[in-house]
Ligand binder design. Sequence first.
Ligand code: BES
Ligand code: ZN
Length: 502
Amino acid sequence: MLSLRSSTRLFCAKRLAYQRTVYSQASSDLKRVFSKIDDLKPRFIKRLKDAVAIPSVSSEPDRRNELFRMAQFIKSESEPLGVTLQQKELGLQDGVTTSKGEPIPLPPILQGTLKGSGSGKRILIYGHYDVQPANLEDGWSSDPFTLVEKPDGRLVGRGVTDDKGPVIAWINTIQAFKEAGVEIPVDLVFCIEGMEESGSEGLEDFIKQEKSKGFKGVDGICISDNYWVGIKQPVLTYGLRGVSYYSITISGPSEDLHSGLFGGTTYEPMIDLTHVLSRLVTPNGKILIPGIDEMVALLTPEESGLYDKITFTINDLKDALGNDTTIHETPKEALMSRWRYPALSIHGVEGAFSSPGAKTVIPAKVSGKFSIRTVPDIDLKKLDQLVFDHVEKSFASLNSKNKLKVELIHAGKWWVGDPNNWNFEAARKATETVWGVEPDMTREGGSIPIALTFEEELKKPVLLLPIGRGDDGAHSASEKLDTVNYIQGIKTMAAYLYYAGK
Ligand code: BES
Ligand code: ZN
C-alpha cells in the first residue's frame, strides 16, 4: 500500500502532467487566437474608426441621439458574433433639456451575454460608449471624430483610449476567438453604459435591480477603462479615487451690466467668486478646507514601499504634461499625490465672459465648478459638510450683499480592492504572456464610481485591465491609442478570458 506521502506525491505528479497538457493545449489555442488578431488588424482599426465617427458626447444634450446611434452600433457589431445585447432604457435625464427645451432620455445600457464553453467562470465586462466633448478649436490637430492613423502608429480621435477603444477591443476579442475556432472558456455578461463621463446616472439602481437577474451568478468583474501609468510598463489596477463635484453660484444684480456705468457701484458676483475660489486650494495643491486631511488614512511603511516598485519617472510625468510644470520632484511623491491623497481642481465658471476679445460686462450670476478627488478614509457626507461650511464662511467674510448657493452636483466613492485573487491572477498571466513582463500593481487617480458598486452589490472581485498608455491624453485634445497597445491589448483580453476559464 502506498504511504500517504507517496500517494500525495503521485497525485501531484499526475496533476503536473495534466496541467502541462492543458497549458500546451492552451498555448496552441491562444496562439491561434493571437495570430487571428494579427490577421484582423485592418478590420479592428476600421471598427474603431466607425465607433469614433459617432460623436457620442454624454454631456451635450443636443447630441443625445448620437448616444443611441452608438449603442446601436455596438449592438450591430456584436450580434453577428453571437452576443445578445439588450438595450435597457433608463427614462428621462433629471433636470436636463436640449437647447430647444426638450427633455432628453438617458442613454441606454447595453446588457447581454455570451455563452462560453461552459466549463469556466462567468465574467462581467463593463465599459462605456460615451465620450468627453471635443472640438477642433480645443487644439486637435485633426477632426476629433475622424480617426487618424499617424505614421508612428498612433490612432488619434476622441474616445480611442477612453473608452471606445477598450469596448471595441472586447468585441474584437470575441471575433478573434470565433474566427480562430477556439471556444471562449468563460461565460460573458456585458454592461456597457453611455453616461459614465456624466456621473453614470441610472446605473447604480440598474445594478441593484439586476444583481439577482441579469448579473446573477457573476464570478468577477473586469473593467477596461483606465491606462498604464507610464508608457512602457503594463499595469493592473486595484484602486481608484472617488470624486465629489460642487458648484458655487453667486448672484448679484438682476441682469448683466455695463462695467463703465456700474463698475464700482455694485457688489460683483465674479469678484466674490474669485475670492471664494482662491480660498479652496493653494497653487501647489494644498487643500485649504479644514478637516479633510484628518480623514485621510495614514501611510503605513508597507504601503510606502509599494510606490518604490512602480516603473515611473518624473520625466514620464513631464512627458504626459508636455512640459515641466510638475509640483513634485520625485515620482513617489507624484504617484502618492495622484493615488492616495485628495486633490481639489477648479474646472470653470459658468456665466462668465469667456470669448476672445474684451467685453466690458459685469456678469450678474456666475457658478464656479470644482471637484475633490477622494481617497480612503474620507467620509463623503462629512466632506460635503466641510465644503459647505468653508465656502459659506469664506463668502461671509467678504461682507458682500450678493447671494451664495453651494451645491453638490455628483459624488462617487473611492475604491481600493484586493489584488490577490483569481481575477488578478488571470490578468497577470495574460499580461506576462502578451508583453513578456510582470505587470505593476497600481492604483489610479481617476474615478469609476461604479467599480465599488459592482464589488459591493455582486460581492465579487473587480479587476481593472487597461490597454492604453499614461500619455494617451484621455479627455484632452489629440487623444490617442497606439496601434501596438490596441492590438496587444486585444491579445491581453483574449489571454485573460482564456486563463480565467482554466
Ligand atoms: N476612464 C476614466 C476614469 C479613469 C481616469 C480611471 C484615469 C483611471 C485613471 C473615466 O472615463 C472618467 O473620466 N471618469 C470620470 C468620472 C466622473 C465623471 C464621475 C472622472 O474620473 O472624472
Ligand atoms: Zn472612461
